[in-house]
Write a protein that binds this ligand. Structure first.
Ligand code: GLC
Length: 429
């Protein structure tokens, strides 16, 4: 594990030096606050700039320890550290789904967030997602709702429209892939997404199932709903993409692998989160200026809808950390308008603070944000609230079953029948 050593005096910003000097003149000793966070997109590269204003103001240091990109891997590691009462880590960047499972290990941030005026600035549903028995388990720092990324140049060249159903997507993806390959573009694929057996597949597969009228795995009232024909049809549909419009390799893709194929210009469509938007328009991107985003396609039949899985990240203060007071202050800073605006401008993350959706600079950098307020507010939650402490296991059973279908090991009807039994064993005992 890399542990970055930093010295305030080495900071390029003159302000930092002034702040550090005045802090030491007052006799205050800055502390080093350690933050663990997954390494996706530009989050790690941008961290120093993100926390610089806080460091300057407080004389403290924030040190990021990068974790694996997979939220499933992070969860496993964090749970071990928390169970052992690890004092070395002050702040955990936590996924929206973790609050009920990890609540006991974190400090209640509600009084602090109230004092900072952050509760009323946030979307109430986001605060709600991080609240367990009245305790604010983590401070929201950004929310997440995926998009269908599409190549405007390729759709135009081949005279095609943005698909609004999965059937249209499949047809368009195949058509353009075939035509491009016929022109010698041998690496071109129709659609890239997240097919690895991890939490990200739970998100993708929940979208296929929900959009096809097949429910949301475990419903809000606790009913296990996943074993139904519309869910099975949705999984069979996705299985049919592998090796046709999607590379076999998609079975091992997480977000960053899909973005890799997309950003080198080798995919017509991509399912991904908002973070891929600014990176795709970066100077080193082959698709700069050549794409746009739309809501994910709908399925077919009764209850068909466009469905986006609700994601998002938060900052939780460990009860066992050595620097609790400074850690709380940093969590509040990372949840503040100042930091969320920086994140929106530099990383393209969706803010959790309502006012930032009318911030002109943010909208200029991410023109689609205005449309995405509705998408994330109507996004489908994963069943972490109804399954509480069992969520991680529910999700693992689900993505394992889905992976066996999309990799052709099992048919969807059998996989979902077995999954239902496993979920009953887990949840109904
Ligand atoms: C994104 C989402 C997060 C989700 C993860 C899955 O990071 O914000 O909620 O669990 O993707 O890979």
């Amino acid at each position: 594990m890399t542990h970055k050593m930093k010295a305030v005096a080495l900071r390029s910003s003159a302000l930092a030096i002034v702040a550090a000097l005045s802090a030491s003149a007052a006799g205050a000793q800055g502390v080093e606050v350690t933050v663990v966070s997954g390494a996706v997109g530009a989050a790690v590269a941008n961290f120093d700039a993100l926390v610089a204003p806080w460091e300057e103001r407080t004389g403290n240091d924030a040190v990021l320890v990068p974790m694996p990109a997979s939220t499933s891997d992070q969860f496993g590691q964090y749970r071990l550290w928390l169970a052992a009462g690890n004092g070395d880590i002050d702040l955990y960047q936590t996924d929206v789904i973790w609050a009920p499972q990890l609540a006991e290990h974190f400090v209640d941030l509600l009084p602090h967030a109230q004092e900072a005026g952050l509760i009323e600035q946030n979307f109430p549903s986001i605060v709600e997602s991080q609240t367990v028995d009245g305790k604010l388990v983590a401070m929201p720092i950004f929310t997440d709702a995926p998009a269908l990324y599409y190549r405007t140049d390729l759709l135009e060249k081949h005279g095609r429209e943005v698909p609004t159903t999965w059937a249209e997507l499949q047809e368009t993806a195949q058509f353009i892939q075939d035509a491009e390959r016929a022109e010698g573009n041998a690496e071109m694929w129709g659609f890239v997404w997240q097919g690895n057996a991890y939490e990200g597949l739970t998100c993708d597969a929940l979208e296929w199932i929900k959009s096809n009228g097949g429910g949301q795995i475990v419903e809000a009232d606790g009913t296990i709903s996943v074993n139904n024909p519309q869910a099975a049809a949705a999984l069979e549909m996705a299985a049919g993409w592998v090796g046709t419009i999607s590379p076999e390799g998609v079975l091992a893709y997480q977000e960053e692998e899909s973005r890799g194929v997309w950003q080198t210009g080798n995919a017509v469509f991509m399912r991904n989160w908002p973070y891929a938007y600014l990176l795709g328009n970066g100077d080193d991107s082959a698709v700069k200026g050549l794409f746009d985003v739309a809501p994910l396609p709908m399925g077919e039949g009764e209850g068909a809808t466009s469905a986006a899985t609700l994601g998002g990240w938060n900052m939780a203060v460990s009860r066992y950390g050595d620097n609790q007071e400074a850690a709380i202050d940093l969590a509040l800073y990372l949840g503040s308008a100042e930091a969320q605006k920086q994140r929106a401008l530099n990383e393209g993350n969706l803010p959790t603070l309502q006012a930032l959706y009318s911030d002109e600079e943010i909208l200029a950098a991410n023109p689609y944000f205005a449309r995405w307020v509705e998408v994330f507010q109507t996004a489908v939650p994963r069943p972490s609230a109804p399954t509480q402490a069992n969520y991680n296991e529910v999700s693992t059973l689900f993505f394992t079953a889905v992976h066996s279908v999309i990799s052709g090991e099992e048919d969807a009807a059998t996989a979902l029948e077995d999954l239902e039994i496993d979920l009953q064993d887990l949840l109904e005992e």
